[in-house]
Ligand binder design. Structure first.
Ligand code: THU
Length: 144
């Protein structure tokens, strides 16, 4: 699948966003390594902290269907679904990307299907915390 098609799949999710509090609609489309696409939108809640971002919706859909390996995600957003600028993923979503995507995992930010910025996870979340940190044998503090 090409970048433009993945971005178009993210745009198609904007009308599904449930964002009555922020009015900021986000759509995402996540591409698995075997070429399948899982889409997502943000889903807000009257208890604001219970909101889930579009990117994590897509990851949760994919992982719960047995997918673990991913190539890329496209993300688009804008007030009431009108996209005027790039929408970089929030920090929590970057951390979720780090759980399932390697440093070369691609994040496609788009203003339109013709205006795409491609970043890697290594660029968006350098020095990520990951499972390797939990595997230290002696649990000692790092030298400072
Ligand atoms: N949002 C996303 O869906 N993805 C992001 O990476 C940034 C923020 C949503 C969460 C909330 O529903 C709205 O945008 C405003 O923060």
């Amino acid at each position: 699948m090409n970048q433009k098609a993945l971005v178009e799949a993210a745009f198609a999710m904007l009308p599904k966003a449930y964002a009555p509090y922020s009015h900021f609609h986000v759509g995402a489309a996540l591409l698995t390594k075997d070429g399948e696409v899982f889409t997502g939108c943000n889903v807000e809640n009257a208890s604001y902290g219970a909101a889930i971002c579009a990117e994590r919706t897509a990851f949760v859909k994919a992982v719960s269907e047995g997918k673990r390996e991913f190539q890329a995600i496209a993300v688009v957003g804008g007030r009431e679904g009108a996209v005027a600028d790039f929408t970089p993923p929030c920090g929590i979503c970057r951390q979720v990307m780090a759980e399932f995507g390697g440093p070369d995992f691609q994040i496609l930010l788009a203003k339109s299907p013709e205006e795409i910025r491609c970043l890697t996870l290594a660029e968006l979340l350098p020095e990520a915390f990951g499972g390797a940190q939990l595997e230290k044998e002696d649990g000692s503090d790092a030298d400072v």
